[in-house]
Write a protein that binds this ligand. Structure first.
Ligand SMILES: [Fe+2]
Ligand SMILES: [Fe+2]
Length: 248
């Protein structure tokens, strides 16, 4: 029994044109086939796979049907968190998604899932990604302050959801946590953030995140151990479609 994670599958069985325009690098070529093969070789039925957001290009549940079918057929238990592209996921209706896909897929938002004596907690998160203003050498000399103000509001909302997830687990007696975010815990300007501070407050063992894809973005945030917490990027193209083992 093991816990694995990967993010940013960006499936597109029903919306191929958009994906074609956005994913031009070689690593995205037939990526669904590659991922299916690595999962079949790696995962067993008693394993858990957390999918860390950006599951589908579909804009509604109806446009994601084939993508969900593909995910449901992967081996083991599948837990999903919300990514910024997951338009099918009405944040106020996560319970409804859990009803619809009961026994096939589990959706994490304001709730938690148990893995051994750990609670898996998480939310989409948010980081301010600019626009940044650069000088001639490419150094950041400023940014769009209006966009930054808006980002602060989104961060506050996501922090509430994350706390809700931690508190639900704590109320049930859990004291060990793995925290999942779709967005990186910090942006390229930050050393720490409200998300890293919350991870430290609850004593999370690991923080797992995705969203950073394309080689230029792989090192946008924290990697490795910091203040006793292990930070790991699991976006699919970074992992070359091989899920990362998080816990035995
Ligand atoms: Fe993505
Ligand atoms: Fe994303």
């Amino acid at each position: 029994m093991s816990l694995y994670a990967i993010g940013d599958l960006h499936l597109h069985f029903q919306s191929p044109l958009k994906a074609k325009a956005q994913m031009k690098e070689q690593v995205w070529k037939n990526h669904e086939e590659k991922f299916k093969k690595t999962c079949a070789a790696l995962l067993r039925e008693d394993d858990t796979l957390v999918l860390v957001g950006d599951h589908s290009w579909g804009r509604s549940l109806a446009e994601c049907e084939e993508d969900f079918l593909y995910i449901a057929e992967l081996p083991g238990r599948k837990i999903l968190i919300r990514g910024n592209h997951d338009m099918f996921w009405d944040v106020n209706k996560t319970a409804r998604l859990n009803e619809l896909f009961a026994g096939k897929l589990a959706f994490m938002q304001n709730n938690y899932y148990a893995y051994r004596d750990y609670a898996l907690v998480g939310t989409k998160g948010h980081t301010f990604e600019g626009p940044f203003y650069l000088d001639r050498r490419g150094r950041i000399i400023g940014w769009d302050e209006k966009a930054e103000e808006h980002a602060k509001k989104l961060v506050e909302r996501e922090l509430e959801r994350l706390r809700c997830s931690f508190e639900a687990a704590r109320a049930d007696g859990y004291r060990k946590y793995v925290m999942f975010l779709h967005y990186p815990p910090t942006n390229i300007l930050e050393e720490d953030s409200a998300f890293t501070r919350m991870a430290e407050e609850y004593g999370a063992a690991q923080v797992i995140y995705a969203h950073c894809h394309g080689e230029t973005r792989f090192h946008d945030s924290i990697e490795g151990e910091k203040n006793g917490i292990m930070y790991r990027l699991v976006s699919g193209d970074y992992l070359q479609w091989l899920p990362l083992k998080i816990l035995d």
